[in-house]
Design a protein around this ligand. Sequence first.
Ligand code: PLP
Length: 459
Amino acid sequence: MTVEAAGRPLVAIDRDRLAARLEHEVQAFRESHPRSLELSERSRTSLLFGVPMSWMARWAGGFPVFVEEAKGTRIVDVDGHEYVDLCLGDTGAMAGHAPEPVVQALAAQAARGSTAMLPTEDAALVGEELARRFGLPYWQFALTATDANRFALRLAREVTGRGKVLVFDWCYHGSVDEALAGMEAGIVGPRAGNVGPPIHPALTTKVVQFNDLDGLERALLAEDVACVLAEPALTNIGIVLPDDGFHDALRELTRSTGTLLAIDETHTLSAGPGGCTEAWGLDPDLVTVGKAIGGGMPAAAFGVSAELAERIMERTHADYEDTGGIGGTLAGNALSLAAVRATLEHVLTDEAFARTIPLAERFSADVVEAIEGAALPWHVTQLGCRAEYRFRPTPPRTGAEAAATIDDELDRYLHVHALNRGILLTPFHNMALMSPATTLADVEAHSEAFAQAVQDLVG
Ligand SMILES: Cc1ncc(COP(=O)(O)O)c(C=O)c1O
């Protein structure tokens, strides 16, 4: 959805006012979260960066709220504040927090043993369900989407005998070395801030702008790319949707150049039960998916087409079974597969998406109304049960266009303003996700808080 200026000039942000409003909100946050502040200060003595994982330091209030309890869409923090959670563990909790079928499956499986280096019946059932949803017949499991992507790239290199990988500029596929590449003036380099890149990514990676079919063709014509690793729509630099015909052309170009196509559905599972692969009729060689499928438990999967499975099996010298590079002792463990089965069978079902996608539509419509009301040059993009607002008037076509409008101060203001009004948004985006537990009242709570944030900003 795009903001129409409606005959009025679009309003520029008054930076002094923004800075003052941000300071006011951060101060209010600090004062109203004494217990979280205390735990945060204590954590600094034993945790690097003062948090269990460094990115948790990124929450907008200067320290994260410490969680007492999370259930459905509600999080209660250690200061007793209750939040409507639209971050949902940035997709890890897209099934809602502690969904009952998953809680029960976990309790039952934990009592029967969590990991045994042996399969359980759940593995076969989950494989069948993933095949039904995504249309690829054969599946393997990992614990994170990062690992699923790493394994997909290894398999692609193994069967094609090619060394390179192609990704789209401003993609994110987890901490996969090859995908932490960027492009500056057409030159591939380490993504800004890349921590200790193992080798220069130009040696492993080609980078093309999303929706740039000419660039894609040029990059693939050399026939040295094993695999294009792509989200069907970029989701980690705001949402960047594909142009009409982009995916057909991507598939055609990959096929004609002998390049494999891996579609990462980790975030775009928001589009429906089988992600964009099912919703848009895509036909990839590999699909990777993580986060949400475990209903909060670490779990990920990668699927391969029948043809690729044959090529994988033909490579009899490849050590798929021991120390060949694809593995993980706890991958496919009984506990995470029990959680995946319960999530797919009972929580992230076809019916659930039929309710969550309209909620994201409503979320987007309300945000557009507030943006238009204030004549701000912002827009909202929705992808299934996920929606995101960004600070440019029209949707970007490439990651670079989306990145050009990053505004950290504005992001921070909107996030801490929302936090102070009982709304959690994902810390790296202005992203909201609807779970099967999300209600219209939750969406309206955000709409009201967002309208107020806009009002406070523009006066
Ligand atoms: C599209 C996509 N793929 C993979 C990942 C990696 O997931 P994880 O951090 O669970 O390994 C992410 C994480 O944000 C992601 O957005």
